[in-house]
Design a protein around this ligand. Structure first.
Ligand SMILES: Nc1nc2c([nH]c(=O)n2[C@@H]2O[C@H](COP(=O)(O)OP(=O)(O)OP(=O)(O)O)[C@@H](O)[C@H]2O)c(=O)[nH]1
Length: 330
């Protein structure tokens, strides 16, 4: 307990936790015992840092003690600060995809391997909402170009998915075209069964309600908004449908914070590097990006002058991954 003037501040509990993936992409979750804080809820395995211990060392120790596995590689995923009524926690969350041993609940806790898309069917502590999103989201977000014909637009999406795109932000075509036509064409394509489609709000001419309703039509649909919608999204938060991915483009700290307060699934933050649309003094650079993204408390993709080859750099800078437009749109 730290005493500052008249205020008594409970110190923040620093916790390391892991999104552990197996070779099938499934994620390990564990059930908290009934008698502890947030008892009977599911969690990502981990625990408190000991004095003088780094988050990574604490993670390796906790996973050895709790699950009997030896971590051989781990990378930072997201940091969360959350104030519960009785305590404040800082969760340092890592992705662990390389480990040895067979994970088992060494302390008697129930553990379960689940597909990423299944995570939303489990009850986690309130702090975990952005962690579940970060666990479900891929490393790359592909923003489509316009396209001059429906056939060309569809062919380019198929090609991008063949190249590995898993998450699309679908911008409207340069020519007039109803969203239902594109929806119908994309729904016919089996290759797109395992991708996530974020429909850009421009398809709905700025009508927030229609956009949100459209996002709720299919489990793999969502909607992406320009920053101008952020205050309306904050007001409409209660209307978001469970499981619908809602995202927004942001250009600075205030917008990213508003995206987090609105409970958005993820944000894009730009411009990191030079593009034709921005002046050099408007660029964030990697240090500017990290200052905003790392404490954001929601998954943030780096955007602006980047390609898939910048993914590792972006993740080191606190990003979920990279978003890009032109690369793959050919
Ligand atoms: N390991 C883990 N802890 C989490 C998650 N989400 C979350 O809010 N927490 C909080 O972070 C803290 C983790 O502490 P812990 O697991 O070492 O300790 P505990 O509260 O279970 O019991 P203890 O105080 O007797 O050691 C708890 O307050 C827990 O509620 C999560 O996904 N994984």
């Amino acid at each position: 307990m730290q005493i500052t003037g008249a205020k008594v501040l409970a110190s923040v509990i620093h916790v390391a936790a892991a999104v552990i993936r197996d070779s099938h992409g499934r994620i390990l979750i564990a059930k908290r015992p009934a008698h502890v804080h947030m008892g009977n809820l599911w969690e990502f395995p981990g625990g408190k840092l000991e004095a003088g211990e780094s988050a990574r060392d604490a993670l390796v120790r906790e996973l050895r003690e709790e699950l009997d596995i030896e971590v051989t590689d781990a990378e930072p995923l997201i940091q969360i600060h959350h104030d519960y009524t009785d305590k404040s926690v800082r969760l340092d969350v890592w992705t662990v995809s390389e480990f040895t041993g067979n994970a088992s609940g060494r302390e008697g806790q129930e553990v379960r391997w689940v597909a990423a898309a299944e995570l939303i069917n489990y009850s986690f502590p309130a702090a975990n909402y952005p962690i579940v999103n970060a666990a479900m989201l891929p490393d790359q977000c592909f923003i489509t170009g316009g396209g001059n014909s429906v056939d060309e637009y569809i062919a380019r999406i198929v090609r991008a998915s063949e190249l590995g795109a898993k998450l699309f932000i679908l911008r409207p075509l340069a020519v007039s075209c109803r969203v239902e036509l594109i929806q119908q064409r994309l729904d016919e394509l089996e290759i797109l069964d395992s991708v996530h489609l974020q429909w850009h709000s421009d398809w709905f001419e700025g009508d927030l309600e229609s956009a949100l309703a459209f996002a709720g039509r299919k489990p793999h649909y969502g909607v992406h908004f320009q920053a101008a919608f952020l205050s309306s999204l904050l007001n409409a938060k209660a209307e978001f449908q469970k499981g619908s991915w809602i995202s927004a483009s942001c250009h600075g700290s205030d917008e990213v914070q508003m995206a987090a307060r609105s409970g958005l699934t993820f944000a894009l933050l730009s411009p990191v590097k030079a593009t034709k649309e921005y002046l050099p003094e408007q660029l964030l650079g990697w240090s500017g990006f990290t200052q905003i993204a790392e404490p954001a408390g929601l998954p943030v993709y780096a955007l602006g002058g980047l390609t898939a080859s910048d993914t590792a750099r972006a993740k080191r800078g606190g990003a979920q991954g990279v978003a890009f437009v032109k690369h793959w749109w050919a």
